[in-house]
Each structure stands twice: as structure tokens, then as C-alpha cells.
Design a protein. Structure first.
Length: 425
């Protein structure tokens, strides 16, 4: 005992000191995702004694602005979660570090494209999961109106979609036959609606130079998409301001455009009558959004070994499966853990209860695999998104689509010019 005390006095690092606290911020998501995240943090903290990850959860509507203000004040934590399309802006502003030299290359390579946030050929963020967009409806409803059930290889085209929702309207059983969640004021409209616009043949910005917006966002195809949105409202095929997200399960809405995060709720409510369908092909292929929330390391992080260890832990196959609620388990446990998220790890997909070949939600993964289109990789994305959301809101309110989109173009190109075309880093 005396020898041990002597050694501790000479080598104080051998003392039983408390682990070093490492701060982490993430957005406040749905309950299942938050619980899964807290459980992962707890497992990491229990797996070693050197570091203690201390999380703070911030409401999603305020989260990105909180990150921006904290970056300006240089008070960001060591680890943050970040929405994938915002990564280029945070990288350009030197707020986050490249992960290429921090996380093992083989581990990074095991994550698919939608699970990585990149800028100028460097990886700045990684995610455990992605989500997919789909149309959700009732099998009994489509059978009742005699509609063809679309498939991965043969989605509905625009005319078929319009025919089906008009048939649903004609039943008189629904307040509105179709819902695209226009009331959601987060990233939803850009994430979900812009890919539909891409399917018309338009885009948010010229992806060859990432500086030209005029003639792209306000192209004839984009204007036609805006007119279609107004047609849905004018013909009372879609509510421009639905009261909540429960239209499908409450039988107020016949077909719902939504993300796979809603899948567990829909399945619980509709059971075997639930149909999960690909989004329509409006002329240029079915297209959906790709890229979800990722983990990144801030430039001011003073404990890179801890950040590396924690993110590497999260990217392990077991943790990816646990986060997505798709790890093999007893049926009751699976039901409780289901999140509607699917793994970004190629090693995890074949081991996933829901998303491996033959899994009952495999179509969600396939929709992402075949249809996902990442949002533009540019530091201008935040202004692109806010300008697009305003344009779509104005169009919903009756503004001529050409005027609304022209205003968005002016705002975006002014921001790009003001930032000297994002030259630099």
C-alpha cells in the first residue's frame, strides 16, 4: 500500500481522476431518435474511463441559428450534429474540421454518399442514418378507386397522380386527397419539394459552377412546377395550411408525402393497410432528397482524441444498427426501437432487420438508393434554402410563380456576389 501511495505521488496521472468532460450539441429530434442518441452516449461513456460526453439538446427550429451565433462568439462545443446540406457553409467559414485526417479512412469509406458531408473533396461530417421520402396511403383506398399501385420500376407519372387524387376527391370521404406538408417551416419544403421540382427539369442552382441561379431556379420548368402547386390549391386537392401531420391517420387526407421517420407511426395506426409508394416521375425520373443529420468536429475542439473515439464508436456497425432501430432483436423490442431511419453503413444494411433484402421496409432504402439527390454542395445553400422556402410560401399564397422565383434568384445571386463567389478555402 505504501509503495502504491508513493507511485501516485510521483506519477499523479495514475490517480483515479474523473474523466475529462467533452461537450456535445445536437438538435432536439423526435422522442425515439433522442432516446437512441442518449443511449449511445451512455454506452460510449461506459465503454471507457478517459472521457465523458456531456450532451445538450437544442430545439430544431432554433438550432442552426444557435450554431451560427455560437461560432461567431467562439463558444461552440467540441462535437455538433449538423444538417448535411449546411456542411459546405460551415466548412467554408472554417467552423468545422475535415474528418479525413481524424477518422480512419476505411471507416469513412464504409459510409455511403448520403452519410457524408463534403466540401471541395474533403469529408467534414458523417452520419449514422438517412431517411427517405415516399407517398403513404391505404391499400384499401387505392383498391376502392381502382388505382394502379406504383412500383420502384414503374412509379406514377404526373397524369396518373392527378387522376388518382381526383378519384379520391370524388369519393367525398376526405377533406383533401393529397398532402405535401406545406405547413412545415423547417428545412422540409426545400428538402422535399425541390426534388419534385427537379423531376420537372429544374434545379436550385447550376451545379456545374454553383454560382448561376438565373435561368435555373426561375426556368420555365420551375415556373410550371409552381403553377402545379397552385393548381393543387385552386382545385382543393391540397390544403395550403394543414393543421397538423395527422391527416392520413385521421382520414382527412388520402395520400401523404412524408419522410420515413413517420413510418413507425403510420404502421402502428394503419397496420397491414399501409402502402409505401415511390414519389411520382414528373418527366425527369423520380427524385427525392438525400442527406440527413451528421456529426462534425468544431475547429475550436481542444480534445480531438475524444472526438475521434466518440464518432468512430458511433460509426461501428452495432451502433449504426442500434441508432436506426434495426438491429436483430425480439419482435416486441424491434417494435419499440423502430425509428424509420436506415443505416448509411454498407456493412450494416445486410444485418438490418428492416432494410436488408427481404426486410419489410426495404423499399425505403431502395428509394434512397435509386432516387436520392443530394442538395447543392455550396456555402450558399442556407440562402438558397431560405429563398426557396419563401418563394414556395408566396406561391402557395397566390403570387405568380415567375415573380416569386425571380425574387428568389435575385436574393441568392446577391448573396453569392456579396460573398465573392465563395472563393477561398
Amino acid at each position: 500500500m505504501a509503495i502504491m501511495l508513493s507511485m501516485l505521488s510521483i506519477f499523479p496521472s495514475l490517480s483515479f481522476s474523473a474523466p475529462i468532460e467533452v461537450s456535445l450539441w445536437r438538435h432536439l429530434a423526435n422522442e425515439k431518435e433522442v432516446d437512441a442518441s442518449l443511449a449511445a452516449i451512455k454506452r460510449f461513456n461506459q465503454s471507457q474511463k478517459q472521457w465523458l460526453i456531456v450532451p445538450d439538446f437544442i430545439p430544431e427550429p432554433a438550432y442552426n441559428q444557435v450554431l451560427i451565433e455560437a461560432a461567431r462568439a467562439e463558444v461552440l462545443p467540441c462535437i455538433i450534429d449538423i444538417d448535411q446540406p449546411l456542411v459546405p457553409n460551415f466548412a467554408w467559414n472554417d467552423v468545422i474540421r475535415p474528418l479525413d485526417g481524424i477518422i480512419d479512412r476505411n471507416l469513412l469509406n464504409s459510409i455511403n454518399a448520403s452519410g457524408k458531408g463534403t466540401y471541395q473533396k474533403h469529408v467534414y461530417s458523417v452520419g449514422q442514418f438517412d431517411v427517405s421520402l415516399a407517398l403513404f396511403t391505404r391499400k384499401s383506398l387505392l383498391n376502392k378507386v381502382g388505382a394502379r399501385i406504383p412500383t420502384l420500376d414503374h412509379p406514377w407519372n404526373k397524369n396518373e397522380l392527378m387522376d388518382v387524387i381526383r378519384l379520391i376527391k370524388a369519393t367525398g370521404e376526405y377533406d383533401y386527397p393529397f398532402d405535401m406538408r406545406p405547413h412545415d417551416k423547417t428545412e422540409w419544403i426545400t428538402y422535399a419539394w425541390a426534388p419534385l421540382m427537379l423531376s420537372w427539369g429544374a434545379d436550385l442552382i447550376d451545379r456545374d459552377n454553383y454560382t448561376q441561379v438565373d435561368g435555373v431556379l426561375n426556368s420555365p420548368e420551375a415556373v410550371e412546377f409552381g403553377r402545379w402547386i397552385q393548381q393543387l390549391v385552386r382545385e382543393k386537392l391540397m390544403d395550403p395550411n394543414p393543421q397538423d401531420d395527422f391527416g392520413l391517420v385521421k382520414r382527412r387526407v388520402g395520400i401523404q408525402l412524408n419522410g420515413s421517420w413517420a413510418l413507425p407511426y403510420y404502421e402502428k395506426s394503419l397496420g397491414d393497410d399501409l402502402l409505401i409508394l415511390p414519389v411520382p416521375d414528373f418527366g425527369h425520373g423520380s427524385i427525392i432528397g438525400g442527406g440527413s443529420w451528421h456529426w462534425a468536429v468544431t475547429r475550436t475542439c481542444s480534445n480531438l482524441p475524444a472526438a475521434k473515439a466518440f464518432i468512430s464508436f458511433l460509426l461501428s456497425t452495432d451502433e449504426v444498427l442500434r441508432m436506426t432501430g434495426s438491429i436483430t432483436a425480439q419482435p416486441r423490442e424491434l417494435k419499440e426501437k423502430a425509428t424509420g431511419l436506415f443505416p448509411t453503413s454498407r456493412e450494416a444494411i445486410p444485418l438490418s432487420h428492416y432494410y436488408a433484402k427481404g426486410g419489410k421496409w426495404r423499399m425505403i432504402y431502395d428509394y434512397s438508393l435509386y432516387f436520392a439527390h443530394l442538395r447543392p454542395e455550396t456555402p450558399a445553400y442556407s440562402v438558397i434554402s431560405s429563398s426557396y422556402k419563401k418563394a414556395m410560401t408566396d406561391i402557395l399564397g397566390g403570387m405568380p410563380p415567375k415573380i416569386a422565383l425571380d425574387l428568389a434568384v435575385e436574393n441568392i445571386e446577391a448573396a453569392i456576389k456579396r460573398n465573392q463567389y465563395y472563393k477561398g478555402l
